[in-house]
Design a protein around this ligand. Structure first.
Ligand SMILES: *[C@@H]1O[C@H](CO)[C@@H](O)[C@H](O)[C@H]1NC(C)=O
Length: 228
């Protein structure tokens, strides 16, 4: 009897005490790798994930590697929310624009851009994989105004269509709003800027010449005080 209760007590000590131990936070981190501790290994830090960073690895992959926290996403059976258009940097000389965007809080398989000049039909860019946050559009005409929308797509379909949103674009002239679409105007060709600069320079030179001529003519007509 005594031996039995001793044995029970020993069993209780060996099995119950180590289980009770991980309750102190300091021990939690050292207990990694034990199956029974899965529940206590709650990720404590947020993942190094930036939804606007180009070539950003999906947060789910970071989560697997680092056991960190990801922002919540809409369900994969739902169409993605629209991405947010970011900065559009214009490269006047190249006739191109670098379009930035930020990922929506949804699972995304790919992105593409829609681009159209006022009154023209929208042109669809090739698709970009889910890590992309910027793309270059080329062949833009100097001095023309363009509309651009970023579309996200997953198995369930594509993000809210650009057309109805684009109609509202006229109100917010200029910079991108908080939606997936924006509007920009390419600057005039740099060459014509050079021409304009040369023109202004010539005009200034002519003006100062005529001022000098006028000045000397006047002096001759009225006579120079020194010659008297
Ligand atoms: C996405 O495209 C980039 C650049 O082409 C490539 O480096 C990356 O491996 C691709 N990622 C996926 C998940 O396909």
């Amino acid at each position: 009897m005594l031996a039995n209760s001793c044995l029970l007590w020993l069993l209780a000590v060996t099995f119950l005490v180590p289980r009770a131990k991980p309750l102190t936070p300091g021990d939690l981190e050292e207990e990694e790798g034990e199956d029974e501790d899965e529940e206590s290994q709650q990720p404590s830090s947020t993942c190094d994930y930036d939804h606007c960073r180009h070539l950003q690895v999906p947060c789910k992959e970071l989560q697997k590697a680092h056991r960190c926290l990801c922002p919540g996403l809409t369900r994969p059976e739902q169409r993605p929310l629209p991405p947010r258009l970011g900065e559009v940097s214009l490269q006047a000389e190249a006739g191109s624009a670098l379009v930035h965007w930020c990922a929506p809080a949804s699972p995304v398989h790919q992105y593409w851009l829609l681009l159209w000049a006022d009154g023209g039909p929208p042109q669809k860019s090739p698709p970009f994989n889910s890590t992309f946050r910027r793309a270059e559009v080329k062949g833009l005409q100097a001095g023309s105004t363009y509309n651009v929308c970023v579309v996200a797509a997953n198995k369930a379909g594509e993000s809210q269509e650009a057309k109805p949103l684009a109609e509202g674009l006229g109100k917010g002239a200029g910079g991108p709003a908080f939606g997936p679409c924006g509007r920009f105007t390419m600057p005039p060709r740099p060459l014509s800027l050079v021409h304009a600069a040369v023109g202004v320079g010539t005009a200034l030179a002519l003006l100062s010449c005529s001022a000098l001529v006028w000045h000397f003519c006047l002096r001759d007509r009225w006579g120079c005080p020194r010659r008297l």
